[in-house]
Design a protein around this ligand. Structure first.
Ligand code: NAP
Length: 323
């Protein structure tokens, strides 16, 4: 049996990836950092997942985890992943999102350089790169401390591949969403707001810019691509995206439309949510992933919005707490 170790197991992607690997017969170890209160709600349905604790800020804990579990694959999904927080906590973001990757690569180099390594890169690395339809060759021009930290981690991943021959790949994933997305992200915020407005629990939601466009896919489709990248003959970096860009307003229109409401009655402008620097549009070109990995997204934008809103309507109707 092959064994995978996932950092960031308590996050959105950790739960989808673990689910898919367990279903495919892999042994899966999920690393979580210590938390004063339980935050394992995304994992409650998973049977057979082994949990262990380690922190990307603590080099020894990563070395120990690799020695204890002897994985074949390591997926580094842990990060301070929220762009607005990265302006308020740029140093922490660098420590976790940039240097955390360095610590894991060092742990692999020291414990077992045969381990295959996946680094969770982001379209935020492209930022203002100027290209429309960003593929693997597009230049990086990050527009937030988060994007800068991801660029460091990506280059270091490539560097460890070139310097030490480690099978290390950088996935450059465009935005991917689901009902397991963190509540502060705009898509989940809108899905919750639409469900609560429909059920009369809340009147509206405040948002920053509505005109920014993102290439939004379904998280479960994107975690499939991560595994495919580590199962290739050669280590290569890949962009994963749908190739379509939709605005925040497009998302709002559809989310409220799913429950028969007009978004204009429920979305208000909140200047506090404007970012110090914005990226007007991110749209990816995943041609290489489609050809080399045989990867394609299964869910369309409309299906994604509908899935997220339905999940919130079910949750709110059942009186379950949000997370
Ligand atoms: P997420 O839901 O925010 O999950 C982040 C995970 O990192 C959580 O499990 C969190 O643990 C963990 N973490 C944070 N600091 C840590 C530390 N010091 N040590 C160990 N673990 C730590 O993110 P996601 O949406 O699943 O995304 C997964 C990865 O892909 C992230 O690296 C993200 O930046 C990247 N990415 C995401 C997208 C997207 O659209 N979702 C796009 C491109 C790239 P706690 O639960 O304890 O906070």
């Amino acid at each position: 049996m092959s064994r995978a170790l996932i950092t960031g197991i308590t996050g959105q992607d950790g739960s989808f990836l673990a689910e898919q690997l367990l279903a495919a017969g892999w042994e899966v170890i999920g690393l979580h950092r210590r938390s004063a209160s339980p935050n394992h709600w995304r994992l409650a349905h998973l049977r057979g997942l082994v949990l262990d604790s380690a922190d990307l800020l603590d080099q020894g804990s990563l070395i120990d985890a690799l020695r204890r579990h002897r994985p074949d694959h390591v997926y580094n999904l842990a990060a301070q992943s929220f762009v607005p927080t990265s302006w308020r906590q740029p140093v922490l973001t660098g420590e976790v999102t940039a240097l955390g990757c360095a610590r894991m690569l060092e742990a692999i180099r020291l414990v077992n350089p045969e381990i295959r390594f996946y680094q969770a890169g982001s379209s935020e690395m492209f930022g203002l790169s100027g290209a429309d339809g960003q593929g693997e060759g597009a230049p990086f021009h990050p527009r937030s401390p988060y994007g800068v930290a991801k660029v460091y981690a990506h280059h270091l991943t490539v560097n460890y591949r070139e310097s030490y021959g480690i099978f290390a790949v950088g996935g450059i994933l465009f935005n991917h969403e689901s009902e397991r997305r963190g509540e502060e992200f705009v898509t989940r915020k809108l899905a919750i707001a639409a469900a609560e407005a429909k059920l009369g629990r809340r009147d509206g939601v405040g948002l920053g810019r509505l005109d920014v466009r993102r290439d939004w896919g379904f998280a479960g489709d994107y975690t499939r691509a991560m595994h495919l990248m580590l199962c290739q003959d050669d280590a290569q970096d890949f962009v994963v995206a749908t190739g379509e860009a939709w605005s925040v307003q497009d998302f709002a229109e559809r989310a409220f439309g799913c429950v028969g409401l007009d978004w204009r009655d429920h979305v208000r402008h909140d200047p506090d949510q404007l970012r110090p620097a914005e990226i007007p549009c991110l749209r990816g070109d995943a041609t290489r992933a489609r050809h080399a990995l045989g990867w394609a997204p299964a869910l369309s934008f409309d299906q994604l919005v509908e899935r997220m809103v339905r999940a919130e309507v079910d949750r709110v109707s059942a009186g379950r707490q949000g997370h």
